[in-house]
Design a protein around this ligand. Structure first.
Ligand SMILES: [Zn+2]
Ligand SMILES: [Zn+2]
Length: 104
């Protein structure tokens, strides 16, 4: 069996989509399946257009990002609390220390 694109090369496998025989140079491995480069590029295009056209993946992505930002803001709120705490505790001490050094 010869490659569909190269008459002189032996085919190492067939494309799962178009069923044609292809050589190693023309075969793109997709997991355990082999695809010819043409079908593989079409698959990628389809995948990309599906992503753009359908809203569902976008919703999933936004949900993930909102969840992520929620947890981030929660962390920020936590660190912000400690920052405020240290500022509240240390500012009077720093001011008192500053004036004590000035007056002495
Ligand atoms: Zn193919
Ligand atoms: Zn080939």
């Amino acid at each position: 069996m010869k490659c569909q694109n190269h008459e002189k090369k032996n085919a190492i496998g067939t494309c799962v989509d178009c069923g044609g025989p292809f050589c190693a140079d023309c075969t793109v491995k997709a997991g355990r399946k082999n695809r010819c480069k043409e079908c593989a590029s079409e698959q990628i295009k389809e995948h990309q257009s599906n992503k753009k056209s359908s809203d569902q993946p976008n919703i999933v992505v936004t949900q993930q990002t909102t969840n992520h930002s929620n947890s981030d803001s929660h962390k920020l709120r936590g660190s912000g609390f400690w920052l405020c705490f240290w500022i509240i505790v240390f500012w009077p001490i720093a001011i008192v220390y500053y004036f004590m050094r000035r007056w002495s």
